[in-house]
Design a protein around this ligand. Structure first.
Ligand code: SF4
Length: 459
């Protein structure tokens, strides 16, 4: 199986791919199936039960909002972030919901979204059970979905993943491991980006791939721009101030005065990552890369490439995205990109690894150097826990993206200084991440029951 680049990089809204984008898609899918069965007209009420991590951190991650939007017919890629409050307020104030955007059914946000944090459904820690009820309270239809990270969902009944997460087509280079990827690149004498491009063109035309890559980068750079111009505090009880606007002003002023310090490049990389993740925390439009919590790392490193690396151009950005997408697919296929399964090593760690590989590729690295960069990017994130304070994707998530971006640039730099030979293969570090994630206690896996989430008091 090979995963499409456009499933790794999905356009959506914040703050979480597993807790916002996935549940919104699942809610939309539930309504779609209900409509296809001809049962929509009989529905009078909808209930949703959330299990495990979705229940424990769902409020802070906007899961309730996402469910309302999805049930009301909105999709993550197209919903206007400015419409979200209006739709949710309307549903809350009328205690009704326009099912699939059509007829209204009863829906009370607090009563009909039921949190079952101490229970788990069998297949994954992020389970959801949707029920459609008739006028006499009888159950017309029930369906279970799992949000398995990065905005991917899987249904209980058929076990198949959504969209083309794992696509059943003949790929010219069907790699399952980094060893496969390196071998195929070597035999065909092409870089990893061309392997990924050839596979992507088995699914869509060359023009569609190019347009899609352009769109991904446009949404990423827009999220940086919006983050840098926003002011005020982020939503939620922590009252975290948005910093990107102030940092941007300071940096621009320094440039104007010709004062560049020794860490100026670092300042800009930090700014780009913080801007995206503040936008994500505010529920704005971002690209999962490979998740929302880690959405700032790849845009920050591409911006670094664009702004500070000689010879950078659009072709280089495409090479970056194609390479990073191929590496992200390896983690998705052989481990997981879900914080609820792997801790933050599966989100920020994977994004760092992808960005390191992408940057190395854009700077002309060999395939062995690219694989080395990806390996370094993960090796030094192994064991990273997920402990979001207050269940919000803010602390430590926002700054953690800045740290991840800087680490990715360093990983690519170290790899480019060598000739590609290294001791630990990328496949080994992916398997190590998987085992570490399995061994990690659940309190460190997006439950807000351990780490900073319990040691930072008065939040
Ligand atoms: S700590 Fe990491 S994995 Fe957890 S919500 Fe934040 S970014 Fe995601």
């Amino acid at each position: 199986m090979t995963i499409s680049l456009f499933d790794i990089f999905k356009i959506g809204i914040g703050p979480s791919s597993s807790h916002t984008v996935g549940p919104m898609k699942a809610a939309g899918e539930f309504v779609r199936v209900l409509g296809a069965s001809g049962g929509l007209d009989q529905v009078r009420r909808i209930t949703v039960e959330l299990f495990g991590s979705l229940a424990l951190t769902g409020i802070g991650h906007g899961t309730d909002t996402a469910l309302i939007l999805g049930l009301a017919g909105a999709a993550p890629e197209t919903v206007d972030p400015d419409d979200v409050v209006r739709i949710v307020t309307l549903v809350s104030s009328t205690a009704t919901l326009p099912l699939g955007g059509g007829a209204s059914v009863a829906f009370e946000r607090n009563a009909d979204i039921i949190m079952r944090g101490d229970e788990l459904l069998p297949r994954h820690v992020n389970g959801m059970r949707f029920s459609a009820l008739g006028g006499d309270g009888s159950n017309l239809h029930t369906a279970i979905y799992y949000s398995i990270g990065g905005g991917f969902i899987v249904g209980e009944e058929d076990g198949s993943e959504d969209e083309s997460a794992e696509v059943a087509v003949e790929f010219p280079y069907p790699f399952k491991s980094s060893a496969d990827l390196l071998l195929m690149g070597m035999v065909a004498n092409i870089p990893i980006a061309e392997v990924a491009l050839a596979n992507e063109q088995a699914l869509r035309s060359a023009d569609e791939v190019r347009d899609g890559l352009r769109r991904i980068w446009r949404v990423m750079s827009d999220s940086i721009a919006r983050g840098m111009s926003a002011t005020g505090n982020l939503p939620g009880p922590l009252d975290v101030p948005r910093r990107a606007g102030t940092i941007h002003k300071t940096l621009r002023e320094r440039v104007r005065q010709g004062q560049s310090g020794p860490l100026e490049v670092l300042d800009w990389v930090n700014l780009f990552a913080i801007a995206v993740n503040e936008e994500n925390a505010a529920g704005g439009r971002v690209v999962t890369a490979p998740t929302n919590g880690a959405a700032g790392i790849i845009p920050a490193v591409i911006s670094y490439f664009e702004r500070f690396c000689e010879g950078s151009d659009e072709a280089g950005i495409f090479t970056f995205l194609l390479t990073a997408g191929a590496i992200g697919g390896l983690y998705k296929e052989n481990a997981s990109i879900s914080g609820a399964e792997m801790g933050c090593q599966g989100e920020v760690g994977v994004a760092c690894s992808m960005a390191a590989a992408g940057l190395a590729a854009a700077l002309g690295a060999t395939n062995r150097q690219i694989e080395n960069a990806a390996e370094i990017g993960m090796e030094h994130n192994l064991g990273l826990t997920c402990d979001p304070v207050g269940g919000l994707v803010q602390i430590p998530c926002i700054e953690r993206n800045a740290m991840g971006a800087v680490k990715a640039i360093n990983a690519a730099t170290i790899a480019l200084e060598g000739d590609g030979s290294h001791v630990v293969p990328l496949d080994t570090v992916i398997e190590t991440m998987r085992q570490t994630g399995v061994d990690m206690q659940s309190k460190y896996k997006e439950t807000s029951r351990g780490g900073l989430a319990v040691n930072l008091v008065d939040c």
